[in-house]
Each structure stands twice: as C-alpha cells, then as structure tokens.
Write a protein that binds this ligand. Structure first.
Ligand SMILES: [Zn+2]
Length: 350
C-alpha cells in the first residue's frame, strides 16, 4: 500500500531517537529538527515521543505540541546514589513527559546494573506512584546469543553475547519481571515486542501474568519476519491484546529521511495491508536480513486506532507537557548535555 492509502488515523510514534553522534553543533541540530518535521509530515505522524536526552526539551519548545520527550537517566557509574524522587519530579516539572528509553541490553556482568538492583528501586517506585510512563528496552533478539545464527552487522556492533560473562536472555527477563511484580501499577512499554516475536504462547502468558506491561512494535525486523510465519495466529493475538501494543519505529537508528519513512511504512504496511511485501531497497541496513516476503496483518480500524494513538495517550497523556524554559536550562546541566544546556540557556535569555 502507499502512504496515502493507509488509514486516516492519529498516529503517535513512541520510539524515536536522535543519534548523539550526529549532533556536534547547533547547525546539525537544526538539520535534524527539520528532518523530523518532514518525517512527521511525510509519514503522516501526529506526534513523536523522542528519547534524545535534553535535546528533546529543545524540540518541544521549537515545535510546540509535536513532541513528547523522554527523560534520560543519570549514568550509574558517576552517580552511585540518586534521589530518584527529587530527580524525576524535577525533570517532569521542567517538561519531560516520561522516562527513557531505558536500555537494559546485555553487557558483561561486571559492567551492568540489573534493573531489579537496589540502585533502581527509587526509580520504579517513583514512576509507579507518580504515574510517569517508562519506555524500556530489555534483552535483544535470541540469535545474538548464538554464534552460528548472529548476523554480521550485529557482531560488528558488539552485540554478541555468547561469552560466559554475559547474562542469558532469561536472566534479563527475570530482572524485568521482578520489577513488574513489585510495581503492579507501573506504566511501562517494553520495546521491540520484548524480543518475544518467536514465542507467541510465551508472550501471551507474559501479558496475562503482568497486566501492567505493554509492548512497542519498534523493529528489529525479526519481529515482522517471525510474526509473518504464523500470521493468522498472531493476527488473533494483535486483536486480543490491542490495548497493550503501541506503534514505534526506532527512527534514529535509521539516518536519512527516506530511511525514517521506510521504517514507518514497513510497520504500517505490516499492520494494515494483506500483502506479501519486502523491506524497501532504500531502507537502513538493519532491516535487510531476510529474503522471504513478509505478510500483512490487515487489522481492523478499531485495533489500529488503539495501537496508533489511544494506548500511547492513556500512558503518556493526551497532550505533551509544556516546558518551563528556566527550569529546563538548569536541569539540563544535570544531564551532562552541553549543547542542549547552552541552547536552552540562550532560549531563556530571549
Ligand atoms: Zn530505541
């Protein structure tokens, strides 16, 4: 299907980044902001939740109403004791809308702080009691633990976890599940379908036993590949759990406007069409892994509506919070982002 043939519905993308390596000057940021604006227009998006540290606040001020921004977490190595209640309340008051993307990818045991470590307890309890929604990436595709199955591009990025020193996928899940069990009212969206697209029954059991958990559809292209293989069963799953699934793209892993649009198109065509289709030739290389075609789910409109915006707004609110520029400039200093701090200080001066 073409973009113009997709359902005419509000769409919030809950999973977008600005890659920090792309921004070294104010001009870079202007270019990136312009690209995101074009993406919203060309991709028929209504709003974006951006995880880009303090730059998210800058975008919120520049384009009021278009961006929700996720608050970054302090680096555990440099901030051993965080007063989470103080930190998060201040960040939200400054204008952030939620927390994360928090990333709990596998890393050697000595280098990582598990999500259920006492270090994070105040984070989860504050988010639960204050209703701050969290976007959280746990684990990675299971092939990355298997020397025979891991794709080369993942190996090149250092995403190979078959050494003894790495936690297993199951360990990462049990850390997250401890948090979900201890904080039943926590509002949380687990990225990339919780990397469970190869296990429909397991994911159903997980959602049934953790009523607070939601999933986003950000690629990993293995997600569309795995679901296409059991298309009819998964279609039933999407309809059954339509209150728990959110539209997301992981734009920012992609680099150009065309690559960003390809990510939006892939997920929309997957949800809306009945077609057999392939990754577009213009898409970013992370999406070019399979030669078999994917198969669209052809979901009904009331399901699409929930996935595209209703679920997001239930968790993050109907509109983005407004930014308090004065406060934003001072809290940015806590995020270690020099460019955003100086920009916000300039804005405060205007
Ligand atoms: Zn992400």
């Amino acid at each position: 299907m073409k973009f113009s043939e997709f359902a005419d519905l509000p769409i919030v993308d809950c999973h977008v980044h600005i890659h920090p390596s792309r921004i070294s000057s104010e001009d870079d940021l202007e270019d990136e902001a312009e690209t995101l604006k074009e993406l919203i227009k060309g991709g028929y998006l209504t709003q974006i939740y951006i995880s880009a540290g303090a730059l998210g606040l800058y975008l919120k001020i520049k384009y009021p109403g278009l961006f929700y921004a996720g608050c970054p977490l302090p680096n555990p190595e440099t901030s051993k004791k965080v007063n989470w209640n103080r930190y998060l309340n201040l960040m939200m008051e400054a204008g952030f809308d939620g927390v994360g993307e928090i990333v709990s990818k596998p890393a050697p045991r000595g280098e990582r702080v598990p999500l259920d470590d006492p270090y994070y307890e105040g984070l989860w309890s504050t988010c639960e009691s204050r209703g701050y929604a969290v976007l959280c990436h746990v684990a990675d595709p299971e092939e990355f633990w298997d020397e025979r199955l891991i794709p080369n591009w993942a190996k090149e990025r250092g995403w190979a976890y078959y050494g003894d020193d790495y936690p297993s996928k199951e360990e990462l899940y049990s850390e997250m599940e401890n948090v979900l069990d201890d904080h039943p009212k926590l509002k949380i969206v687990l990225c990339h379908f919780y990397f469970m697209s190869a296990n429909l029954e397991g994911l159903s059991r997980f959602l049934d036993s953790h009523k607070n958990a939601n999933l986003d559809l950000a690629l990993g292209i293995e997600l569309i590949h795995n679901i296409s293989k059991r298309r009819d069963d998964w279609r039933t799953f999407f309809i059954r759990y339509c209150d728990r699934i959110l539209f997301g793209t992981d734009i920012g892993v992609s680099r150009t406007l065309q690559q960003h649009l390809d990510r939006v198109w892939l997920i929309r065509n997957f949800l809306e069409s009945d077609e057999e289709f392939y990754t577009p030739s213009t898409a970013d290389w992370l999406l070019t892994r399979y030669s078999e075609p994917f198969r669209g789910l052809n979901l009904p409109n009331h399901v699409l509506k929930k996935i595209y915006s209703t679920n997001f707004r239930r968790l993050w609110g109907a509109e983005p919070r407004s930014v308090k520029v004065d406060l934003a400039a001072s809290v940015c200093e806590e995020t270690d982002d020099k460019l955003a701090t100086s920009l916000l200080k300039t804005m405060r001066g205007l």
